[in-house]
Design a protein around this ligand. Structure first.
Ligand SMILES: Nc1nc2c(c(=O)[nH]1)N[C@@H](CN(C=O)c1ccc(C(=O)N[C@@H](CCC(=O)O)C(=O)O)cc1)CN2
Length: 296
């Protein structure tokens, strides 16, 4: 928690809710193992040696392990080509012992990340990065959610934030965060404004928001005087040193509700990943049973 600041906003804490979700996923994983002998398994794919990405992947593996979810770790060199990465993801997609696949974002710049994401079988896309998952989010249909955006929606729900009719301003348009976050908010009947690096007059636009989702990857980027008093502020930033995209001290004096960094959106991201891995394992073992019975 950022120290020494005057906080008038209520904190939207993700840690407890995330812990509940992980405990629930662990119970379901255990039940599945007892009833079918199947242990949910998440394959993580990391390309290159970026220390932050390596840390996040390790966190995902450690938390999987604690929840009784198996993990398969694939680490590829920075020079990996798009074709090689696609081949790895296709192989994992065809491996019946793997139920969920996560390709850590970002991949090195020479790789076509969209082509790589699309090599993930939608049934194993527990990180919600394929176009299939995006369409389900956009149309409000069931399916895997991108983990941070899905986690944000759970937090908004847990804190009874009215979404229908609210003006939500999303800052950032990354494929794993800003874009799907806007789609999920739209599917819940918010009026959504996407903003990004080419947006003109960003502070004025943000000042009209009832809900602000900051997902730019720039530490302390959103200032207190950009916010409408009483706004709900979701800080989805994960910058070096555990600093968010929102200037917490300034924003917490203006907002009604605000997520802290750390302890806000971050833990929800991993909790949803584990929950969706168990969802995938349950669905795949059900399909396997049906196919043995000649029903699938
Ligand atoms: N394929 C994906 N790539 C990336 C994603 C993603 O969801 N899918 N998200 C981001 C970062 N990220 C996971 O990869 C991530 C960042 C931070 C946290 C987190 O829990 N942070 C803690 C603080 C860190 C700590 O406890 O040491 C917090 O906010 O409380 C989780 C996930 C990038 N790429």
């Amino acid at each position: 928690m950022p120290g020494g600041v005057r906080v008038t906003a209520e904190l939207m804490v993700g840690t407890d809710l995330a812990a509940e979700m992980v405990a629930n996923a662990a119970t379901r994983a255990e039940k599945l193992r007892e009833s079918t002998g199947v242990q949910p398994c998440l394959a993580t794919v990391l390309v290159g040696d970026g220390p932050a990405s390596a840390t996040y992947v390790r966190m995902k593996q450690n938390r999987s392990k604690k929840a009784g979810i198996g993990s398969r770790s694939v680490v590829l060199p920075s020079a990996t080509t798009t074709a090689e990465l696609v081949a790895t993801l296709t192989e994992l997609s065809n491996d019946s012992a793997v139920h969920g696949i996560l390709l850590q974002h970002p991949v090195p710049g020479h790789i076509d990340e969209r082509a790589a994401f699309e090599a993930i079988d939608p049934a194993k896309d527990v990180d919600g990065v394929t176009m299939h998952a995006f369409a389900a989010m956009a149309f409000g249909e069931p399916g895997f959610r991108s983990c941070t955006p899905g986690g944000i929606m759970r937090l908004l729900e847990a804190y009874d934030v009215p979404i229908s009719g609210a003006h939500a301003v999303v800052i950032g348009r990354s494929p794993i965060l800003g874009k799907p976050a806007g789609m999920l908010l739209l599917a819940s009947d918010a009026t959504v404004t996407y903003t990004h690096s080419r947006t003109v007059g960003l502070p004025e636009i943000v000042r009209t928001a009832d809900i602000v989702v900051a997902a730019v990857g720039k530490a302390n980027f959103v200032r207190g005087d950009w916010l409408k008093p009483g706004a709900v502020v979701i800080d989805a930033g994960y910058n070096e040193g555990n600093v968010g995209d929102v200037h917490f001290g300034e924003a917490a004096a203006v907002a009604r509700l605000i997520t802290p960094v750390p302890g806000g959106v971050g833990p929800m991201t991993i909790a949803l990943l584990l929950e969706q891995t168990v969802d995938a394992a349950e669905a795949q073992s059900e399909t396997a049973v049906q196919s043995v019975a000649g029903l699938a």
